[in-house]
Design a binder for this molecule. Structure first.
Ligand SMILES: Cc1ncc(COP(=O)(O)O)c(C=O)c1O
Length: 453
């Protein structure tokens, strides 16, 4: 049987993540075969420029020889080592120390995992443990933002606030709450930054008051809401949330799964506002997607309570077989080298500024309501009417049409369901790569607009 026919038949056994299953059965998969630099090549040999870093994770770009070599060396010398029962491996130890030295002040300990969903799940579990162990067992409620995304674990999916992740899954639970997103473009109070910030602070205060501060454990947020449509809150948002959480006596969890590792410029988005959360979740850019890995960083006061709770010799009952996997850790260490000594972070800062400036020019198009972003993370939101900001008719599937035309010309990015396009170029992009991205994007928007007329 021809290879492609075989693969198409075999793919019917794979229930793909976040995919409309019947639609997938009808259309079949797009099968990537290889990748280099910023390009992906499919099984037919079609080469496409990746403007989304895989799934906002391949921050270093594809085919980085130093990462491949680090993985190969680690696979040869020690392909697996548990972190349980006092065992360890060199790369995981080194990575824990490096992450805490790069992280915002106070985040001194690392719990390793496999990806973003379980990093969030770990954060939730440790917060519960912390309050139970310190004699405040009634502090059970968590508050997140509408349009937030925190993965799909049984716990975390309830803090996610996008309808499809709730439907039929019995989440959110009664101890999970959401306040309006700091979304200036569509905020009921208008786009004024100060109003958006004030009303977000007030919504958190009101929600905590309604539940009772003594019942609330933590507030969780992304510095920029990624899967919710790359929603960029006003400057000062994280700082305002930090101050509010402190005032209310609740913990702050910052989910940097997308925004970490240079995505918005600095190593972590918290850095830009000088904010130290109590817990911080990481994944994606940690290994640049070359292997699965996530991490939950916790502050010393939380660690101290966890340690104290086990002073009778009871182990902390949390962990997974692959927590601190040595191959993933070796890959993460090689990736950190590229961000730092390899100059990727610096390149991302420079090219990211150019990207934002060039992309912003598309706001002059009639169908573009807003271009927003920071560094190598951006969105473009379509409207049917620039005065009212009304959305295009859903039946047009305008964003999907733009993606279809762009893909035909050799560019891939993300088209969210509500006519928002998302971009996350890797940090190895050049200005010329950005120019190519923009030329194809502009062509694709104009083509979709012409057929919508
Ligand atoms: C902010 C955020 N948190 C958590 C997750 C879940 O990560 P994963 O898909 O690795 O489980 C994601 C994934 O996109 C994310 O964007």
């Amino acid at each position: 049987m021809h290879d492609l026919d075989r693969l198409l038949r075999q793919d019917r056994h794979w229930v793909h993540p976040v995919t409309a299953l019947l639609q997938h059965e009808a259309q079949g998969p797009c099968i990537w075969k290889s990748a280099d630099g910023i390009h992906l090549t499919d099984i037919h040999g079609k080469r496409v420029q990746d403007a989304f870093s895989g799934l906002w994770c391949v921050n270093a770009g594809y085919g980085q020889p130093s990462i491949v070599e680090a993985a190969r060396r680690q696979l040869e010398t020690l392909p697996y080592a548990t972190g349980y029962f006092h065992f360890a491996s060199e790369p995981a130890i080194e990575l824990a120390a490096r992450l805490t030295s790069l992280a915002p002040e106070g985040l001194t300990r690392v719990v390793f995992g496999q990806g973003g969903s379980d990093a969030v799940d770990t954060a939730i579990r440790l917060v519960r443990y912390f309050f139970n162990a310190t004699g405040r067992p009634e502090k059970k409620h968590f508050i997140g933002l509408q349009r937030g995304y925190h993965g799909t674990s049984s716990n975390g999916s309830g803090l996610t606030a996008l309808p499809l992740f709730h439907r039929y899954f019995d989440v959110p639970t009664s101890d999970q709450h959401h306040i309006p997103s700091p979304y200036p473009f569509r905020h009921p109070q208008g786009p004024d930054d100060a109003n958006v910030l004030c009303s977000t602070v007030k919504a958190l205060e009101d929600t905590v008051t309604a539940i009772g501060a003594h019942n609330v454990a933590a507030f969780i947020c992304e510095p920029i809401q990624g899967s919710g449509g790359v929603i960029v809150p006003p400057g000062g948002f994280l700082k305002a949330m930090r101050d509010t959480c402190d005032r209310l006596g609740i913990l702050l969890i910052v989910d940097e799964v997308i925004t970490g590792f240079g995505r918005t410029g600095p190593m972590f988005a918290c850095e830009a506002e000088g904010v130290s959360p109590d817990l911080m979740t990481l994944a994606k850019g940690l290994t640049s997607g070359y292997a699965p890995m996530g991490a939950t960083l916790i502050s010393e006061h939380i660690y101290a309570a966890l340690a104290e709770a086990g002073k009778d010799g009871t182990a902390l009952g949390h962990g997974q077989t692959y927590a601190g996997h040595p191959v993933s850790a070796a890959i993460a260490n090689a990736t950190l080298d590229l961000y730092l000594e390899g100059g990727l972070l610096a390149n991302g800062l420079q090219v990211g500024a150019y990207f934002q400036q060039q992309l912003k020019q598309l706001e002059s198009l009639d169908c573009v309501g807003e271009v927003r972003g920071r560094g190598m993370l951006a969105a473009l939101e379509f409207v049917a009417d620039k005065h009212t900001n009304a959305k295009p008719a859903a039946a047009l599937q305008f964003g999907q049409q733009v993606l279809k035309h762009a893909f035909a010309e050799g560019l891939v990015f993300r088209a969210f369901a509500d006519d928002i396009l998302g971009f996350a170029p890797s940090l190895n992009y050049t200005k010329a790569d950005i120019d190519t991205l923009l030329a194809i994007l502009k062509y694709a928007i104009e083509k979709a607009a012409a057929s919508a007329r």
